[in-house]
Design a protein around this ligand. Structure first.
Ligand SMILES: Cc1ncc(COP(=O)(O)O)c(C=O)c1O
Length: 424
């Protein structure tokens, strides 16, 4: 059977909800995705049938839990085409993975005067950990700019890379502009000066086919909750030799082979980087999510989101052109299903709150990318973001609601932005 988002929707119980007589139009997938019943069921089954701690018991329940938790690493490894499941470390989310890469690799391998290259489109989670490590080690941060179309300035990046460059940390897909970066090109540039490339895959991995070998990268971070999995589980993938270059920063039970009063012998990969009781149910739920994505096919998901994006942009420019300020590449082939915009003359929070009255869930604010918004000269955006279960009717609902909101502009613009909005 071919890809059918209407059939896929039936697996997502929350999409059946009706609020104030309106069906939910969920366009906040870049913040977190909805969960299919297969994932919910896998977690329920763990707690009902074989809940036990992992790697600590010889009894049947513990062995079953350990087996399922280990298999989850294999499923994720297969999904991103890792060289081995031992390169897959479970963390809590992308933020946790990126901090662990920055601190565990950076503290050990960076020296005074080294340079770290970031981009102005990075999420705070791929910016602040590097800045903290740079401060501690006396390293310098450089930022690559974007073009007016929201694409990375590769010309500037090429000039920036020198013998001092030790790290290039870049997002696979911008969570605001939707821009998909040419990570392999950046990896080759990094390796030409013996630097490492760290990829923030929080937005890219859920929506694009990702193959860590063909991308030629060193590290990848992503979150389970943005790809149909539960919250509280994330992935840090590293090439084995890079993981071997790191020492555990957080340690304790489960991370060691032996401890004496004088020393410690670390456990094999990946366990030395997963100290303490891990999120077992989360790992099992993530594996169920990945199996679901593999069944649907990442190529199909990408094609579907590209079609929805192209359709949205076409209707935006043809029907709302004068009313809307759009940010990001205008060619859907260059971006993911993330549409950031403003309705001219209206605060982004007012637009978001108004869309909620039509049953449409979007995110408003600066999306944890304040420097990017300052670069664009704005204080926030409205962001609609798609996933495999969104359909053309969701886009139509968004466009029609925006037309109405735009017509009511003068009435709405006199209102205050809701107090609950923090602008983050
Ligand atoms: C590009 C990007 N990086 C990192 C993160 C952080 O993800 P998490 O909150 O799951 O740690 C996000 C979340 O929105 C993101 O969009």
């Amino acid at each position: 059977m071919g890809f059918n988002p209407y059939e896929i929707r039936k697996d997502f119980p929350v999409l059946e909800r009706v609020i104030d007589g309106k069906r939910i139009v969920y366009l906040d997938n870049a913040a977190t995705s909805q969960k299919p019943k297969q994932v919910i069921e896998a977690i329920r089954e763990f707690y009902e049938k074989y809940n036990a701690n992992v790697h600590r018991g010889l009894h049947t329940l513990s062995q079953e839990a350990s087996e399922a938790y280990e298999k989850a690493h294999e499923v994720v490894a297969h999904f991103i085409n890792a060289y081995s499941w031992e390169e897959v470390v479970f963390t809590y989310n992308s933020t946790d993975s990126l901090n662990k890469i920055a601190f565990q690799w950076g503290l050990k391998n960076l020296r005074e005067g080294d340079e770290i290259i970031l981009t102005v489109m990075e999420h705070h989670s791929n910016m602040l950990p590097w800045r903290a490590v740079a401060r501690l080690k006396g390293a310098k941060i450089k930022y690559v700019d974007i073009t007016d179309d929201g694409l990375l300035r590769y010309d500037q990046l090429e000039e920036m890379v020198t013998e001092r460059t030790r790290v290039i940390a870049v997002t696979l897909m911008s969570n605001v502009l939707g821009t998909i970066n040419d990570v392999r090109r950046i990896a080759r540039l990094a390796h030409s000066v013996d630097a490492i490339i760290v990829v923030d895959g929080a937005q890219g991995v859920p929506h694009l086919p990702v193959d860590v070998r063909s991308l030629e990268i060193d590290f990848l971070a992503f979150s389970g909750h943005k790809m149909l999995g539960p919250t509280g589980i994330g992935v840090l993938w590293g090439r084995r030799d890079r993981l071997e270059e790191m020492d555990p920063l957080i340690s304790g039970g489960g991370a060691i082979k032996d401890v004496t009063l004088e020393g410690v012998e670390w456990q094999d990969l990946p366990w030395r980087f997963e100290p303490g009781t891990p999120n077992i149910a989360g790992g099992i739920g993530l594996a169920a999510a990945v199996e679901y994505l593999i069944r649907v096919g990442m190529e199909n998901i990408r094609r579907h989101e590209e079609e929805l994006t192209a359709y949205t942009l076409k209707r935006f420019f043809e029907e709302l052109g004068e009313e809307i300020e759009y940010y990001g590449p205008r060619d859907a082939r260059l971006k993911g299903g993330v549409i950031a915009f403003n309705v001219k003359g209206l605060n982004h929070h007012i637009v978001g709150k108004s869309l909620d009255m039509f049953g449409i869930a979007v995110r408003t604010g600066m999306h944890c990318a304040h420097p990017l918004h300052y670069r664009l000269g704005i204080k926030g955006t409205v962001r609609a973001s798609y996933y495999l279960y969104n359909v053309k009717e969701d886009v139509d609902a968004l466009i029609e609601a925006l037309k109405t909101i735009s017509k009511l502009k003068s009435a709405l613009s006199s209102g205050e932005a809701p107090e609950t909005c923090t602008g983050t």
